[in-house]
Design a protein around this ligand. Structure first.
Ligand SMILES: [Zn+2]
Ligand SMILES: [Zn+2]
Length: 300
């Protein structure tokens, strides 16, 4: 299809092309009402969500985008393959765009900055437009050298359809609705929230040049990605919850896989980087006030 990647209409949503995106929302909700809720539905939804969310956070984000740990070619393929079933385009597309986000975070060139273009654009508008449809292979040369990853990247929809058919075959309507449709929709919006809400809602521990925030609710929902200010502060760490109380499920799974020798060199955060927090609000004022001789109460 001839896509207008850079022309004046490139930012407009492509309604016809994105029809499956909207249809999936409608069918997921309608299907959930029809098949109802049950323990089988819960198992399909939770299992599917967990595996695929990990494939996004551990695979697309912490491995392909940031290379925060190492693994062999087979497990690298497994991560990309599982992530494909979430319908977030190809692994090379995902990682190349994410690398650009970090380079230009919250500047006018950022792909999805709420500061620059508001919530709608940062959450979903940039995906529905055609401006960012193409994969810039120059930004992901380190993985574009693997033909199997390029193949997945070029045929991503085939894997989505394949996963849908599998859930129907194995789990029937309950498996299809909860394990495929609903889990895809929830995984989409949980992921999108990191681009939108994690740059708006939450606390800033580190004085990064962008608006990234730490948000515990988003971190639980996205297996650790909600510690987004930590991540923008130090992208080389596979650990995004820098303290023990910052729950980071992806990191725990990666440490487990490291113990099993499936992955290796899982990078942590150096202590001096972790402790380089920005001063608390008003602390400058407080310290300068402390230096002023206290005269109150010394009246002759
Ligand atoms: Zn990142
Ligand atoms: Zn960000």
């Amino acid at each position: 299809m001839d896509l207008d990647y850079t022309g004046p209409n490139a930012d407009r949503p492509r309604w016809r092309e994105n029809a499956p995106f909207f249809a999936l929302h409608a069918v997921a909700i309608g299907g959930a009402i029809m098949v109802g809720w049950s323990w089988a539905a819960f198992a399909w939804f939770a299992g599917s969500y967990a595996v695929r969310m990990f494939a996004i956070t551990g695979g697309l984000h912490r491995y392909f985008s940031h290379r925060t740990f190492k693994t062999g070619r087979v497990f690298q393929f497994v991560l990309a393959f599982l992530a494909m079933s979430t319908a977030q385009q190809g692994p090379l597309w995902w990682a190349a765009h994410h690398r650009r986000h970090h380079k230009e975070s919250d500047t006018p060139n950022d792909l999805h900055s709420p500061r620059q273009r508001g919530f709608y654009w940062s959450h979903v508008g940039w995906i529905l437009s055609s401006r960012h449809r193409a994969t810039d292979y120059a930004k992901i040369k380190d993985f574009a050298k693997y033909p199997e990853l390029v193949f997945l990247n070029r045929h991503d929809m085939a894997f989505v359809v394949g996963y849908g058919a599998l859930t129907m075959l194995v789990g029937g309507p309950i498996g299809f609705v909860w394990g495929f449709m609903m889990s895809i929709v929830v995984t989409w919006h949980a992921t999108f929230c990191i681009n939108s809400l994690a740059h708006v809602l939450g606390r800033r521990r580190y004085d990064t040049s962008d608006d990234s925030r730490n948000n515990g609710v988003l971190a639980l929902l996205t297996f650790g990605e909600g510690w987004h200010n930590n991540h923008h502060h130090y992208q080389r760490s596979a650990r995004q919850g820098f303290f023990w109380w910052e729950v980071d499920l992806t990191y725990y799974v990666l440490k487990g896989l490291e113990a099993l020798h499936v992955v290796r060199d899982v990078a942590g955060v150096p202590r001096h980087v972790r402790d380089a927090v920005m001063p608390a609000p008003g602390s400058d004022l407080l310290s300068s006030t402390n230096k002023v001789p206290v005269i109150t109460g010394r009246l002759p």
